[in-house]
Design a protein around this ligand. Structure first.
Ligand code: SAH
Length: 354
């Protein structure tokens, strides 16, 4: 097998600077401007490495769109309002949201669309999709570039792509690092970093933190609390912080070793919803959930929407709708591992959390 192009670069960096943190490794693998995973490809869909909820069915984006309109009304209908999506992938979720927004002309008229995306390949794809939908949008490399004012933020499978730091329980929590073994292959070891406030756990346990998630959630929650707005974070992860390794690699829809094929497989980690919620609360916002995705979608009318779509569909389309409902909401599919967390100003309770 020929080496992944990013491997030579990582070897040079490690030889020059010593082992790198898992967060640095993930950043290179996902975001290297030449060889990074997201920088070079469209990873979604049947031919890609994974399929996300908006790619499974339009029902997902339509329900999220209806949620956004409802929450916007509960916030007093701020006009103008920035509708912000983090990591919009192929642009499918935003175009499904906008189809629903058309049914609420006040909302549609008030929103200005902002997409936060680092991948040039996906940005181009998003531009094509939103142009075709007749929508005007603005792109940013980072959330902090979104202009001030009331905002509605949606992020589906965005936080799991942010780089994590890992710590191994030895005498204390020591940072896990990626170095080279005697044969020059990438290998996990221990670097100079330590963690002072990790949980109690047996020797050899792994604990993960995501400083990038903390930073972005702090900015979102401060703006929601200070400038009015709401955020909806949907992702896979755990409701309670706990030790355990969740870094994973996907290549061609199968799990693979995170150190194999750097830049060619998707690297993600489970989202620590307890940590995200704590961060938002510390920044002055109210948090709701996390609620399992199945429960969230069902409470917001997934079955009703499926019935509506099926009413005008042929038998094959009805099967597709039924399969999508199952995939999105069944506990053994995406219904339980995926969770929804909402952030609002204090005193507001969005559906279906009330
Ligand atoms: N929300 C989409 C795509 C999820 S994949 C869906 O549900 O289908 C993750 C997305 O986040 C991709 O668009 C990726 O390019 C983007 N992304 C990853 N890291 C990012 C970062 N640090 N800043 C902005 N976008 C990022």
């Amino acid at each position: 097998m020929t080496d992944a192009p990013l491997l030579a670069k990582l070897r040079d960096l490690i030889e020059a600077n010593g082992p790198m943190s898992v967060a640095e490794y993930m950043t290179h693998c996902l975001s290297d401007p030449v060889h990074g995973y997201y920088a070079t490809r469209d990873p979604f869909g049947v031919a890609g490495d994974f399929i996300t909820a908006p790619e499974i069915s339009q029902m997902f984006g339509e329900i999220v769109g209806a949620w956004l309109v409802d929450v916007w009304q509960r916030l007093g209908g701020p006009d103008p309002v920035n509708l912000v999506e983090l990591g919009p992938g192929r642009g499918t979720l935003m175009s499904d949201i906008l189809r629903v927004a058309r049914l609420a002309p006040d909302f549609e008229q008030a929103v200005s669309i902002h997409l936060v995306e680092t991948s040039p390949v996906l940005k181009k794809r998003q531009q094509e999709v939103l142009n075709a939908a007749g929508a005007e949008a603005h792109w940013h490399d980072a959330f902090n570039q979104v202009p001030p004012g009331p905002l509605l933020v949606i992020a589906n499978e965005f936080f799991d792509a942010l780089p994590i730091r890992q710590f191994v329980r030895l005498d204390i929590w020591r940072e896990r690092a990626v170095g080279l073994d005697v044969r020059g292959r990438l290998a996990f070891g221990v670097g100079p970093g330590v963690l002072d406030d990790g949980p109690d756990a047996p020797q050899g346990s792994i604990f993960e933190i995501c400083p990038a998630a903390t930073a972005i959630m702090t900015e979102i929650a401060m703006r929601v609390a200070d400038e009015n707005g709401a955020a909806l974070i949907i992702d896979y992860g755990h409701a309670q912080s706990a030790s355990g390794e969740t870094l994973q690699a996907l290549y061609g829809q199968s799990f693979s070793d995170p150190l194999d094929r750097p830049g060619e497989s998707d690297l993600t980690a489970h989202v620590d919803f307890a940590a995200l919620g704590r961060t938002a609360a510390e920044a002055g916002a109210a948090t709701h959930g996390p609620m399992p995705q199945g429960e969230f979608l069902n409470a917001l009318g997934l079955m009703e929407r499926a019935e509506q779509l099926s009413a005008t569909a042929d038998a094959a389309e009805r099967d597709t709708v039924r399969a999508a409902v199952e995939r999105l909401s069944a506990a053994e599919e995406m219904g339980a591992l995926f969770k929804a967390l909402a952030v609002t100003p204090r005193g507001i309770v969005p559906p279906p959390f009330g």
